[in-house]
Design a protein around this ligand. Structure first.
Ligand code: IPM
Ligand code: MG
Length: 369
């Protein structure tokens, strides 16, 4: 029997703890029924960490994250923290842990489940069968570029500034991940930039082209981000893998999430570079935020969190069978008509976060018996 896999769970704020709770039940189920055992530690991040330790990213959390085979994160943020100094806000914790672990590759698959195709605000034929992968660069770009800040110009005037920077290495590194992903999919990469305005992304396009030359079997196209936003709602099925900068990826992935019916359905994986032993830092989190308006009411959709756990099984532990099982359980509960409020449709059954979790457990039992 191999050693247990170590997992750090960071429930975070808002609906984070609720959706994490449903995943903890699946983790237990995996141990009981599939002999896939995890050593789970729980840690603090975001507002919860600020409340308990006065910082959104305690050193203890950083250390635990480095030690763990994978990190599972709920969500961070909330209105009570908005008035805090910038460096104490929950989002600094999230960005800090991404940077600490070197998680440069953020995979955000947008997949439309048949049962939910009609829950999208877009027409059925536009989204039915949609399966695209947004690959967002996560540790560079304007999110981290220096210099940054707000300076006093005197006379009551101020100047704010952020810097969009990428090195050619950073572009090539994310580019390689995009082409690897495409090789296992429909063999098409669309790189999104703003090369008609921003020099950094002129370089991004040139470097991406070089990566493309190393992968002649994969089609590479380029698109400006404004056009890409429009194409994502006009005809999203034209895309296979989208690769883009940190900020463009942030924006386009929320847009892609809505194609799937709800932000409550989108999982994500953030991966670093493998070390000499092949161990790869990884963090899995739903794309949705902490949704403070519905926190603590049993209204949250746990499925993006559940699907993030399934991505973890697949990408960190090579447990494709178990990941398929979880994905199938999600598909089955949707096919049976169970819906949390965010994806509620006429004629379907509205259920609470916990009842959705119960249904997933029942499906897992049924599928593996
Ligand atoms: C995301 C979020 C974060 C980001 C925020 C909460 C800092 O929007 O993961 O998409 O901008 O990266
Ligand atoms: Mg975002």
């Amino acid at each position: 029997m191999t050693a247990n896999k170590s997992l750090l769970c960071l429930p975070g704020d808002g609906i984070g703890p609720e959706v994490m709770g449903e995943v903890r039940r699946i983790i237990d189920w995996m141990g009981d029924k599939r002999a896939v055992k995890f050593d789970v530690t729980e840690g603090l991040l975001g507002g919860a960490a600020y409340d308990a330790a006065g910082t959104p990213l305690p050193q203890e959390t950083i250390d635990a994250a480095h030690k763990a085979d994978a990190v599972l994160l709920g969500a961070v943020g909330g209105p009570t923290y908005e008035k805090l100094p910038f460096d104490k806000q929950p989002e600094r914790g999230l960005l800090g842990i991404r940077k600490e672990l070197g998680l440069f590759a953020n995979l955000r698959p947008a997949l439309v489940f048949d049962a939910l195709a009609e829950a999208s605000t877009l027409k059925l034929d536009v989204v039915k069968g949609l399966d695209i992968m947004i690959l967002r660069e996560l540790t560079g770009g304007i999110y981290f570029g220096q210099p940054r800040g707000v300076e006093d110009l005197g006379g009551g005037k101020r100047r704010g500034f952020n810097t969009l920077t990428y090195t050619s290495d950073e572009v090539q590194r994310i580019g390689e991940v995009a082409f690897d992903l495409a090789a296992k999919r429909d063999k098409r990469v669309c790189s999104i930039d703003k090369a008609n305005v921003l020099e950094t992304t002129v370089m991004w396009r040139e470097e991406m082209t070089k990566v493309g030359e190393r992968h002649p079997d994969i089609e590479l196209t380029h698109m400006y981000v404004d056009n890409a936003a429009m194409q994502l709602v006009r005809n999203p099925k034209q895309f296979d893998v989208i690769v883009t900068t940190n900020m463009f990826g942030d924006i386009l992935s929320d847009c892609a999430a809505m194609l799937t019916g709800s932000l409550g359905m989108l999982p994500s994986a953030s991966l670093g570079a493998p070390d000499d032993t092949g161990r790869r830092p990884a963090l899995y989190e739903p794309v949705h935020g902490s949704a403070p308006d519905i926190a603590g009411q049993g209204l949250a959709n746990p499925l993006a969190m559940v699907l993030s756990f399934s991505m973890m099984l697949r990408y960190s532990f090579d447990l494709a069978d178990e990941a398929d099982l979880v994905d199938q359980a999600v598909q089955n509960v949707l096919n049976k008509g169970l819906r949390t409020r965010d994806i509620m449709q006429e004629g379907k059954q509205e259920v609470s976060t916990e009842a959705m979790g119960d249904a997933i457990q029942a499906e897992l039992d049924a599928l593996s018996s």
